[in-house]
Design a protein around this ligand. Structure first.
Ligand code: PEP
Ligand code: MN
Length: 354
């Protein structure tokens, strides 16, 4: 990708902090929140969604273009740069016309190459920075594909936003971070700034600081955090928005790492690979626990129906199909056989408790 990065370095000191409400609700809310955030001295960019993509129709879908002058006024009063989400060519036209500084493309949009192309073509008319959230499903090529598609139309000021992935497994988090994916992006696209949106990963205000810290520990380039003057009354994402007090505390506690002193590049890459391993291991354990809970259910069911625990035919089929899958993935046969035997033994032990 052909990128320009000077503008990003000029935007703020490390790390870039973007903050603001999930959605613009009123002019008063925008002006007051922007004034508070500017006052902290740590925030460079103010975020607010004008068009809100909601899962179900009927919920608050944003104030729309009516909010554009509110953002412009907030910029005049605070000096903060303004960013909002665009999801259609019409949004882009309105945002460019109003003179908004930057835009982001939401997780639901990134997944759709047709819309991304349409937005990219319109956005390339001006050289405003475009931030691209990861798609909802953990497909790294969709994310990179969207970035490349936009880049090819001539947009060189690009940033990726890591906002987590739809949770297929049970989790306290609203979206699973799968840190190995943004790290992979950082490794594959050197020079592309990658920031984290801990609010949409956490889904609950109390968890936001921990996720943000993790992003800083990986030396990601910045954070996008949702802040609302009265989170309980927020018209969208009420649970995850930080109050002013919580945001102050968050800024105070955030520990920002220096670039590694000795042999920085080596250590940086090493720690990124290790974080990828940590994240994948956490998912492997979660999936193993899920597997064993199904085993437990099946154990109860067999016992109710007086059926033997050990079903040789089924086991032969599991061995055969899993070995074939493992083979396709390039995993060592002996290792997989040992692992399957261990899993089988544990499954029998669990079922024997019923
Ligand atoms: C948002 O930032 O408010 C938003 C809708 O995010 P996402 O596209 O990540 O769900
Ligand atoms: Mn939100």
């Amino acid at each position: 990708m052909e990128l320009e990065t000077q503008w990003f370095n000029d935007l703020s000191e490390y790390p870039l902090i973007i903050a603001g409400p999930c959605a613009a609700e009123s002019e008063k809310q925008i002006l007051e929140t922007a004034a508070f955030l500017a006052e902290t001295g740590k925030v460079a960019v103010f975020r607010a969604g004008l068009w809100k993509p909601r899962t179900r129709p009927g919920s608050f879908e944003g104030v729309g273009e009516k909010g554009l002058p509110w953002l412009i006024r907030a910029r005049e009063e605070t000096g903060l740069k303004m960013i909002t989400e665009v999801a259609s060519a019409e949004h882009v036209d309105q945002v460019l016309e109003a003179g908004i500084d930057m835009v982001w493309i939401g997780a639901r949009t990134t997944a759709n190459p047709f819309i991304v192309q349409e937005l990219a073509t319109r956005l390339s008319r001006e050289s405003i920075p475009v931030f691209v959230k990861n798609p909802l499903h953990p497909d790294p090529s969709l994310w990179i594909g969207a970035l490349e598609r936009i880049n090819r139309t001539g947009v060189k000021k690009l940033v990726a936003i890591h906002r987590g992935f739809y949770p297929f497994e049970q989790s306290d988090l609203r979206n699973i971070p799968k840190w190995e994916l943004p790290i992979d992006l950082m490794i594959k696209c050197p020079g592309l700034p990658v920031i984290c949106d801990p609010s949409h990963i956490a889904g609950q205000a109390g968890i936001v600081p921990g996720i943000a810290q993790k992003a800083m520990d990986l030396h990601m380039n910045g954070l996008m955090v949702e802040v609302h003057p009265d989170p309980d009354k927020a018209m969208s994402d009420a649970k995850q928005q930080l109050s002013y007090l919580a945001f102050d505390k968050f800024l105070e506690q955030l520990s920002v790492r220096e670039e590694f002193a000795v042999n920085g590049e080596f250590l940086d890459l090493l720690s990124r690979y290790r974080s990828q391993i940590d994240s994948v291991d956490a998912q492997v354990w979660e999936l193993l626990a899920q597997r064993m809970s199904f085993v437990d259910k099946i154990g109860g069911y067999k016992s109710e129906h007086n059926v033997a625990i050990l079903q040789l035919e089924r086991w032969a089929e599991v061995l055969r199909s899993r070995s074939a899958m493992a083979d396709q993935l390039g995993l060592d046969k002996t290792f997989i056989k040992k692992l399957l035997d261990l899993i089988h033994q544990e499954s029998i032990r669990i079922q024997s408790k019923n």
